[in-house]
Design a binder for this molecule. Sequence first.
Ligand code: UTP
Length: 444
Amino acid sequence: MLRFWDALDDEERDQLTQQIESIDLAEVARLMAGVSDAPDWAELAKQAEPPHAVQLDHAENRFTADDALRRGEQALRDHQVGLLLVAGGQGSRLNFEHAKGLFKIGPLSDRTLLQVLIERQRAVAARYGTRVPLYMMTSPATHEELVAFLDKHDRFGLDQADVQLFCQGTMPAVDFQSQRILLEAPGQLALSPNGHGGMLEAFDQAGCLDDAQSRGLQQLFYGQIDNPLLQVCDPTLIGYHLLAESELTTQVVRKRDPLERVGNVVQLEGKTRIIEYSDLPESVAGQRDAKGELRLWAGNLAVHVFEMDFLRRMSADADALPLHQARKKVKHIDDDGNIVEPQSENATKFERFIFDLLPMARNALVVEAAKYAAFAPVKNATGNDSPETARQGMVQRDAELLRQAGAQVDDVTVEVNPLWALDAAEAQRKLQPGLHVTQPTYFH
Ligand code: UTP
């Protein structure tokens, strides 16, 4: 790490010193030595059961959707709910040179991911006559750009007092041949954000936990910046969470394919947990029940509702979230200072996952959503989970909303701004009766 020390100026030396001091070298060494607390998932997964879940159209659900909606609406009216968006990821698969939040996703409007989600947040707040503060997690890779973009656009209509950005921590990348921490530049380690689980520590350290408490918030609605279908602060999900007295509730969708690349929400040893798709043996993933349905059916959407007290309790020991290792391509400099752009994975990165909190929560609850209405992530530049599929998802959901509101919609691109109508009932009040949509139309 100090190879180029003699050539650095004072400022560079200070920066490098700070970076080195922020690393727990013993921990990195322990992880690299293969000492891991990670369980043997392949073995454990054999005992996995489907999660206890509130399912769509399921007669045996403990609560009705109507009761949940009313309970959640009350919580919103009582100013109990805050929103947390995680936007610290490097978005490496997307091949977009800016923070993902700046990606233009609106099929007709060209609105960015950030604007799409904030407008939904504002629409929910307006409907319930409440303020929903936004906490957004950034990382050194995205912070400045997101701050500047929000300023430039007047936070898309949110009050300055209701927006707080906080920066997550980083972990170094370790070359797996030499087992050395990589340098990005002579005075700069190759650091990357420490995973969405870094939120637990960063939220507290930035004072957001105290801020949320001083505002009287009791639930935090958690979502990812790269899902334009995120049902921001969905009252029904919040309502189920409250009725079940859950400390952590997670929204899932029914998997269509056993090997779908989403985390599997399961019940294991009496706890709700997520087993990553890469850890679930094919033989287990493919199991079907008597009706021919996938037994482990619940796919993780990374949409959660946290009880604030639970977050506070867990924040006292943020290291309780394990560090996972991932093999990635990491650009760096070699011993002579030449830039190396690896063609294949060369280094290990370390990340914490927020969903590792699930087994620690009392009464963790799983709630099923319809995929078309809740999830269309922007991950890859092309193909699955790309901007193209996300836009298709947005159009499909909005067309469905308009049809439910009584319009006839041809096979054309439509887009609905939630500030115009948050749901079909609101759209129905605004649409001309008998409307036939024959051309691409943005309702806003
Ligand atoms: P992903 O794990 O899909 O990563 O993040 P990513 O950064 O968006 O994309 P790739 O893997 O580099 O291509 C899921 C969500 O979690 C956030 C991301 O911003 C995204 O909203 N995230 C991820 C963080 O906030 N911090 C992290 O360290 C990692």
